[in-house]
Design a binder for this molecule. Structure first.
Ligand SMILES: *Cc1c(COP(=O)(O)O)cnc(C)c1O
Length: 463
C-alpha cells in the first residue's frame, strides 16, 4: 500500500507539506500532525500506530454497511471491467444508471420516481436549487425563486449548497450566500427553547416558516429545504410537533419541500428514509453518503412525478455533471442497496439495535456533565453542560469542552465527534449490541476524564 511502510511522523510531514484538509485549521493541524488511518474492518478503523478505534461516526455518516465488504469491491471491479465510464449527456444511458434510478424510485416514498445523479450531497443540492427555480419559471412564475433554509442546517459547502445551508462560518468566507435565499430558526429546544415546552417550541419554530413566507410573499418562495433530523448541526432531533406543522405550511402555500436525506437516508433513522420516520411528503429528496456506504462518491436528487414532468417539458435542462450516474458508483450503490435489504439491516436497526443504543445512550445523561441525550435511530447527541437544570452553556468559548472530549475519545479508541459542546455519534448500521456496549463504555470514560479536566482547569462555569 502506498507509503504505508513509512513511519507515522514521515507520513504526517508529507501530509502537512502538501495536503489541504477540508474544514480544518491548517496551521493548527500541521503543528500537531494528522492521525493517519490505514485500515477499516466492520465498525473499526486502525491507525498507523496500530490503535484499533471504534468508529462512532461511520466514516462521515456514510459507511452504513461497515468497512471491508468484499461484495462492494467485486461490484466495482466487475463494472470497471465491463464499462468503466460512459456519460449520460447525449441521449445515451447505461444499465447501472437506469437500474439504480429504477431501484431508488421503488424505495423512495410516494410519487418520488425520477432520479438526477451527481457526485456528492453538495452537488445534488446545487441541482435542487436550479431544478426548483426552473420548475417555477416553467410554470410562468420566475419570481417564485427564493429558497428558505434553516440557521445551522447543513446542505454541503459548494456556493449554492452552502448558501441554502445556515452555517454562519461558511457564509463568512467566499461571498456567500447567493441571492434569493432566506433562513429561519432551527428546532433546537435545548439551546434555544427558553421557557417553552418542547412541543410549544416545535410549533413556534415551524411557524417561523409561515411568517417568513408571508413576509417575502407566497409568490416569491420556491422551496423550503431541511434535513429531517439535522446532522452536522449537532444531531438536533426536533420536537414531535415540528414536522407536521412544516408539512401543513408547505401544502397551504404551495412551497416545494426538499428533504435533505444525505444522512437520514438508507436506514440511519430505522427506515429507508428520514422522511418516513418524521412522516413528511417531500417533492425532492437529496441523497448521497449511505447511498454507496461511502465506498465510492455518489449523490442524487430523487424528485416527484410533477417536478420531473415540468422539467422534462421545458426543453433542455442546462445542467449536469460528467460523473452523473457514473457506472462504477451506480454498480456499487446497487450492491449496497441489495446488502441493506437482503441482510435485513434496516429492520434490525429499527427493531433491535437502535432501541438498544437508545437505552444505553440515554443512560449517559446520568453523568453530571451531560444534559439532554437525544437519539433517532442510529444518530445521537449529548449536550455537555455545567448546569443541567438551567440548560446552561459553558462560559468558555463554545466548543472548548466539546473538543477536549473529542480528543479524549480518540485517545480511548473511540471516534465521537463534537459540534460546539455537543457530542455526536452516527455509527455504522451493522454495529452489534456488544460493540454498542464498548462504544458506551469508552464514551462514559472519555466524558468522565473531560469532566475531571474541566474541573481542574477552572472551566466548570456557566456562561
Ligand atoms: C454531508 C452532507 C451534505 C453534503 O454532502 P457532500 O457529499 O459532502 O457534498 C449535504 N447535506 C447533508 C445533510 C449532509 O450531511
Amino acid at each position: 500500500m502506498l507509503e504505508n511502510h513509512l513511519p507515522t511522523a514521515d507520513l504526517q510531514a508529507i501530509d502537512a507539506e502538501h495536503h489541504l484538509h477540508p474544514f480544518t485549521d491548517g496551521d493548527a493541524l500541521n503543528a500537531k500532525g494528522a492521525r493517519i488511518i490505514v485500515k477499516g474492518e466492520g465498525v473499526f478503523v486502525t491507525d498507523s500506530e496500530g490503535h484499533k478505534i471504534i468508529d462512532g461516526m461511520a466514516g462521515l455518516w456514510c459507511i452504513n454497511v461497515g468497512y471491508g465488504r468484499e461484495e462492494l469491491v467485486d461490484a466495482a471491479s466487475r463494472q470497471m471491467r465491463q464499462l468503466a465510464f460512459y456519460n449520460t449527456f447525449f441521449q445515451t444511458s447505461h444499465v447501472p444508471a437506469l437500474s439504480l434510478a429504477k431501484r431508488l424510485s421503488e424505495l423512495a416514498p410516494g410519487n418520488l420516481n425520477h432520479v438526477f445523479f451527481s457526485g456528492s450531497g453538495s452537488d445534488s443540492n446545487d441541482t435542487n436549487i436550479r431544478m426548483v427555480r426552473q420548475y417555477w419559471a416553467l410554470k410562468g412564475l420566475p419570481e417564485k425563486n427564493i429558497i428558505i433554509g434553516r440557521w445551522n442546517g447543513y446542505h454541503g459547502s459548494t456556493i449554492g449548497a452552502g448558501s441554502v445551508g445556515g452555517m454562519k462560518g461558511i457564509h463568512a468566507q467566499g461571498g456567500l450566500p447567493i441571492p434569493n435565499v432566506a433562513h429561519i430558526g432551527q428546532p433546537d429546544w435545548w439551546s434555544e427553547g427558553d421557557d417553552m415546552s418542547p412541543e410549544e417550541f416545535g410549533l413556534a419554530r415551524a411557524r417561523e416558516l409561515e411568517a417568513k413566507i408571508l413576509e417575502l410573499g407566497e409568490n416569491r418562495v420556491a422551496a423550503f429545504i431541511a434535513e429531517p433530523i439535522q446532522g452536522a448541526g449537532g444531531v438536533i432531533v426536533p420536537p414531535d410537533t415540528y414536522w407536521p406543522e412544516i408539512q401543513r405550511i408547505c401544502d397551504e402555500y404551495e412551497i416545494l419541500l426538499i428533504a435533505d436525506e444525505v444522512i437520514c437516508g438508507f436506514g440511519r433513522t430505522g427506515n429507508w428514509f428520514g422522511s418516513q420516520t418524521v412522516n413528511i411528503r417531500p417533492d425532492l429528496m437529496t441523497i448521497a453518503k449511505g447511498l454507496t456506504s461511502g465506498y465510492v462518491p455518489m449523490g442524487a436528487s430523487i424528485v416527484s412525478d410533477d417536478v420531473a414532468s415540468v422539467i422534462n417539458s421545458g426543453g433542455e435542462f442546462a445542467h449536469g455533471y460528467t460523473y452523473s450516474g457514473h457506472p462504477v458508483a451506480a454498480a456499487v450503490a446497487l450492491e449496497n442497496l441489495r446488502i441493506l435489504e437482503e441482510e435485513g439491516i434496516i429492520d434490525r436497526v429499527r427493531t433491535t439495535t437502535a432501541p438498544y443504543l437508545k437505552k444505553k445512550w440515554e443512560s449517559l445523561s446520568e453523568h453530571p456533565m451531560v444534559g439532554e441525550a437525544r437519539i433517532a435511530g442510529m444518530m445521537a447527541s449529548l449536550a455537555l453542560t455545567p448546569d443541567k437544570a438551567s440548560r446552561a452553556k459553558f462560559a468558555s468559548e463554545t466548543g472548548t469542552v466539546g473538543y477536549m472530549c473529542r480528543e479524549r475519545c480518540f485517545n480511548n479508541d473511540l471516534i465521537m465527534r463534537h459540534v460546539g459542546d455537543r457530542m455526536i455519534i452516527s455509527p455504522p448500521l451493522v454495529i452489534s449490541e456488544s460493540e454498542i456496549d464498548l462504544l458506551i463504555d469508552r464514551a462514559w470514560q472519555s466524558i468522565d476524564e473531560t469532566y475531571n479536566a474541566v474541573k481542574s482547569q477552572g472551566l466548570w462555569q456557566a456562561a
